[in-house]
Ligand binder design. Structure first.
Ligand code: FEO
Length: 163
């Protein structure tokens, strides 16, 4: 099977976005460590590892369809946030933009009649539903807590349980 150039270019672009996502979550982990919220740090660090796995799924698929992986420069992520709420707002916004990018990619593969890529991408469509829901859930909790330090420390403990 030989992949069409348009689909390949879009997949390589998505590969870069997933690597950037991994980098962004890692930057968030460094930030949380620096403000002693180690539970939140664990959570975003695990998310960073998941994003790397997303990138590798695309990496493997490109090879399966005899395409060439083109690694590009990864943007520098933001490195500090004024509150966990601001940070989770960023996560939610970021995941929404990733969803848009996946949808564009699906549109491109469908318009090129690349059924293999379109089917492969369904996993990402479903994953994004979960990613947005999870980010929104934490964001809503943080909004509920307001300025309560006790609740923040409690939530930090809970977040640290993520495997
Ligand atoms: Fe791989 Fe969070 O999208």
């Amino acid at each position: 099977m030989m992949i069409k150039q348009k689909v390949l270019d879009a997949l390589n672009k998505q590969l870069n976005l997933e690597l950037y996502s991994s980098y962004l979550y890692l930057s968030m982990a460094a930030h949380f460590e620096s403000v002693n919220l180690s539970g939140f740090a664990t959570w975003v660090r695990n998310q960073s590892a998941e994003e790397y796995q997303h990138a590798m799924k695309i990496f493997d698929f490109i090879h399966q369809v005899n395409g060439t992986v083109e690694l590009a420069k990864i943007d520098t992520p933001k490195k500090s946030w004024s509150s966990p709420m601001e940070l989770f707002q960023d996560i939610y916004d970021h995941e929404k933009s990733v969803t848009s990018s996946i949808y564009e990619l699906v549109d491109i593969s469908a318009s090129q009649r690349d059924h293999a890529a379109t089917t492969f991408l369904q996993w990402f469509v479903n994953e994004q539903v979960e990613e947005e829901a999870t980010a929104l859930n934490v964001l809503e909790k943080l909004k509920m807590l307001g300025d309560s330090k006790n609740s923040l420390f409690y939530l930090d403990k809970e977040m640290g349980k993520r495997k």
